[in-house]
Write a new protein. Structure first.
Length: 358
């Protein structure tokens, strides 16, 4: 048996592939374009494993996807591939429309043609699992109830609007063509292999480099945080037992304001790798201009996946964030490797840092 994963060299996708191969005998065909966010170093541990078939390519390339489906005959396709960073979507929405909407559409067309031609037993067992985000639901007020699966879609950034469009396409392919789809809408992940443009890894990396820790606005925006391995176990569970056509919200029951997150990272670094001058890392916190259209609060009601599929996160925030900070301290080569020229250009654009620091 084989599964096909798109975007399996990115943050969540690579964690998923590593965990899948550790727990299952099934082959993974991993189709990834290796954008700035895709990194084969994430998959070094399975480089020689014949159950991991890496394919460098675009999930919107229909000829390529058709041939992969015909050759490998997967029993499921899991779609992680996307442009994923909200700030980049504000600077340049075009890539998000192209990848997240048109790419997903092209993939769905290939999968539909493949699925229609399967024999009845394979057709019945096939699944298309679409990995999405809580951001499609928009922003909550302080005392609003958390997002359930029936919350209306109100995406506010080009990123979340593009993910919302892809969710709608997936839904339509089930409703119209009967494609057996599953959709997961998850909150903020953190953990190993997280690209240091996102809040938690950026803070860990900047703190150690003696750089400012840029907090947008007043730092009181609230996110729900889930350790990435828990997201991967949720996806495995939904693939295994989710009801066709259903949506499952995935979250960590861990709502926290951004400033608390930054203080927690600073305190862990004070303990695990104190500053040479003995001062606390929190002194590096700097308040910067807020993200345009910044969503104030996300919160996930994850009762459906718990009650119907028996999934709950294994990590608390305390255990997960400690593991994460330790992972970055233990893997300076990985960090150095992703801090390429392209990464420095992004920092210059977003935070006004010099592109070529001396
Ligand atoms: P990421 O940016 O780290 O990785 C995305 C991967 O997709 C990269 O490996 C990239 O090379 C690949 N990719 C991009 N365009 C491609 C294309 N055209 N063809 C093939 N591969 C392509 O993203 P992530 O944080 O790992 O997120 C994975 C998925 O999970 C995304 O769909 C995202 O919307 C969703 N999600 C992310 C979070 C989070 O907190 N990071 C939370 C909920 C949902
Ligand atoms: O909610 C799920 C989403 O979480 C995923 O769909 C996205 O792919 C993922 O990138 C993430 O989006 P966010 O915008 O919430 O993540 P980010 O790490 O970029 O920012 C988290 C919060 O921290 C957000 O409120 C903005 C703030 N922030 C971020 C950065 C990079 C800062 O204050 N300073 C920063 O430098």
């Amino acid at each position: 048996m084989t599964i096909l994963v798109t975007g399996g060299a990115g943050f969540i996708g690579s964690n998923f592939v590593l965990d899948w191969l550790a727990a299952s005998h099934e082959t993974v065909v991993n189709l990834d374009k290796l954008t700035y966010a895709g990194n084969l170093h994430n998959l070094a541990a399975v480089a020689g494993d014949p159950r991991h078939v890496f394919v460098h390519g675009d999930f919107g390339d229909t000829a390529l996807v058709n041939s992969l489906l015909a050759t490998h005959q997967p029993r499921a396709v899991l779609n992680f591939a996307a442009e994923s960073h909200v700030d980049r979507s504000i600077h340049g929405p075009g890539d998000f429309i192209h990848t997240n909407i048109v790419g997903t559409f092209n993939l769905l067309e290939c999968v539909r043609a493949y699925w229609v031609a399967l024999a009845a037993p394979e057709q019945a067992g096939f699944r298309f699992l679409h990995v999405s985000t809580d951001e499609v639901y928009g922003s909550l007020g302080k005392s609003d109830p958390a997002f359930t699966e029936t919350h209306k879609y109100e995406p506010n950034s080009p990123y979340s609007a593009s993910k919302a469009a892809s969710d709608h396409l997936v839904r339509a392919y089930h409703h119209t063509y009967g494609l057996p789809v599953l959709t997961t809408n998850c909150s903020n992940n953190y953990g190993p292999y997280h690209f240091p443009e996102k809040l938690i890894p950026l803070m860990i990396v900047n703190a150690q480099a003696g750089k400012p820790l840029p907090v947008y606005g007043d730092g009181q925006q609230i996110r729900d945080w889930l350790y990435v391995k828990d997201h991967c176990s949720a996806i495995r569970r939904v693939l295994e037992a989710g009801a066709v056509g259903e949506v499952y919200n995935v979250g960590g029951w861990n709502e926290k304001p951004n400033l608390d997150i930054v203080h927690t990272v600073c305190a862990l670094l004070d303990e695990l790798k104190p500053r040479p001058d003995g001062k606390p890392y929190r002194e590096q916190i700097t308040y910067v201009t807020d993200r345009p259209g910044h969503d104030r609060r996300y919160a996930i009601d994850a009762r459906k996946i718990e009650q119907q599929l028996g999934w709950r996160p294994a990590e608390t925030f305390d255990s997960g964030i400690r593991k994460t900070v330790q992972w970055y301290l233990d893997n300076p080569d990985w960090v150095a490797n992703v801090q390429s020229g392209g990464y420095r250009e992004w920092l210059a654009k977003q935070y006004g840092e010099p592109k070529n620091p001396i």
